[in-house]
Design a protein around this ligand. Structure first.
Ligand SMILES: *Cc1c(COP(=O)(O)O)cnc(C)c1O
Length: 447
């Protein structure tokens, strides 16, 4: 069905309630309706071209319309689109589970499927809680970080810490103990990220772990609090949390939904700190940005606590209709093959360097208050007053205005509040990177 773009715009506003969107404002504005993609480029219904500078919300890896990923969909489609994994199995889901175990930190040997990052976290939370029950211990408390983001289902929101997203639902959430956001705490108390700050934070965690015997797990993002505005941890923090959770016999849940699949320069950020958690949650880039798929990986130790005779009812009562979907798993397999065939991570190294070189230029701009980077993820924070760090008023949507300027120049951006996000597909060419950065710089300069 070919529908006139003007009619599509009308129907979009009439029928479609968009996520994380104030629909009153959305309906008053002109919006992009994407129609197709090719590599790092997206085209809207008018044929206008954009570079996808946020990897379609952080999930695209090897570009859109990739022949090999397309073929993986087609090949599986010709066999069967979906069969249930509740008590039966399918070929791509088995092969993918094996492959994920091979490339993940040692010790993560079991794969539980779901569809979105929030579910992957939700499952880790329930499994961790249930693990202690099966071990005969009654534990109920999770240690989390302020400014954390783990997705939007109630459990994932409970372990999150962004007031703007979570405040409304607070009566529905379970209680957690929150440590401060490492980046914000370090900045405020120690003048920036440092070893001293890391040790300070870790000693706070140790104090908690020493005082309480009812902690189920520590839950945190890997290396950086992405949705909070790209707030990196001090180097070694993740490693320190691993050491302490081991020492005090508490589980560690690491959310690699944003950082997984090359975003930080290695397949998973955990590798960079030699960390092997009890749970690793993956999503976003797992299918190269093609289809909804997520996984919760865990250890033999956790898995075995759920083993028993059927009548003992020790098993994990959780699953979704599309758990381990055949097509999604087949695309995920192809995604991982492309990493090898195209040597994606090796080719990414000079681009990470280029990004950090070019990010330095932003410090000179009047309205830039901070510039942050981890691997190929970056955030540029806009402020009203560079001297005092005073932010722009929330209602002004300054970040969004800058993004809109970029749209006009053919760069698709979506900020996090007033933090401009650069999360380009890993395959982007240096010319396109430079164009994105030049465009963003110009848009901020003209504020
Ligand atoms: C995006 C994100 C999630 C949620 O994933 P969804 O697929 O949107 O549910 C969870 N954790 C982190 C770190 C994320 O960036």
């Amino acid at each position: 069905m070919k529908v006139d773009p003007k009619i599509l715009e009308k129907w979009d506003k009439e029928y479609f309630w968009h996520p994380f969107t104030q629909m009153k404002v959305y309906r008053e504005e002109e919006n992009i309706i994407f129609e197709r993609g090719e590599g790092v480029y997206l085209y809207d219904v008018y044929g206008r071209k954009y570079i996808d500078a946020i990897s379609s919300l952080w999930c695209n890896v090897h570009g859109h319309n990739h022949p090999k990923l397309n073929q993986a969909v087609i090949d599986q489609l010709k066999k069967v689109a979906h069969t249930t994994t509740l008590g039966s199995s399918n070929v791509p889901a088995i092969l993918l589970a094996k492959k994920l175990v091979e490339i993940s930190p040692k010790g993560l040997t079991k794969v539980f499927y779901s569809e979105d990052g929030a579910e992957a976290v939700e499952i880790a939370i329930k499994m961790a809680y249930h693990y202690w029950k099966n071990k005969g211990e009654d534990r109920r408390v999770f240690i989390t970080l302020s400014e954390a983001y783990h997705g939007d289902t109630i459990g994932a929101v409970s372990v999150g810490g962004i007031d703007l997203f979570h405040g409304t639902y607070k009566d529905l959430l379970f209680e957690t103990i929150k440590l401060p956001s490492p980046y914000l705490y370090c900045k405020e108390v120690h003048g920036g990220l440092s070893d001293t700050c890391r040790e300070d934070l870790l000693s706070k965690l140790e104090e908690l772990l020493r005082a309480r015997r009812d902690v189920v797990a520590v839950v945190l993002e890997s290396g950086i609090q992405a949705a909070a505005g790209m707030l990196p941890y001090p180097k070694g923090f993740l490693r320190g949390v691993r050491d302490l959770t081991k020492k005090y016999g508490v589980l560690m849940i690491v959310d690699e939904v944003a950082t997984g699949f090359g975003r930080t320069g290695t397949m998973f950020y955990c590798e960079q700190e030699g960390v092997s958690p009890d749970f690793m949650c993956l999503g976003k880039g797992i299918t190269g940005g093609y289809l909804p798929l997520a996984v919760t990986m865990t250890t033999d130790e956790v898995f075995e606590a759920f083993l028993g005779e059927f009548g003992e009812a020790k098993h994990f009562y959780h699953g979704h209709t599309y758990t381990g979907n055949n097509i999604a798993c087949n695309v995920a397999l192809a995604n991982l093959e492309i990493f090898e065939e195209e040597r994606t991570l090796e080719k990414l190294k000079p681009k990470i360097k280029l990004l950090s070189e070019r990010l330095k230029e932003f410090w000179d701009l009047d309205h830039v208050g901070d510039v942050r980077q981890l691997g190929f993820m970056a955030g540029i924070e806009l402020v009203k007053d560079k001297e005092t760090g005073e932010p722009f008023p929330y209602g002004e949507r300054t970040g969004f205005k800058v993004a809109r300027k970029c749209w006009e120049k053919g760069v698709f951006m979506r900020p996090l509040g007033d933090v401009m996000v650069l999360m380009m597909p890993l395959v982007i060419k240096e010319d396109d990177m430079n164009y994105v950065i030049d465009t963003l710089k110009e848009a901020i300069r003209n504020l």
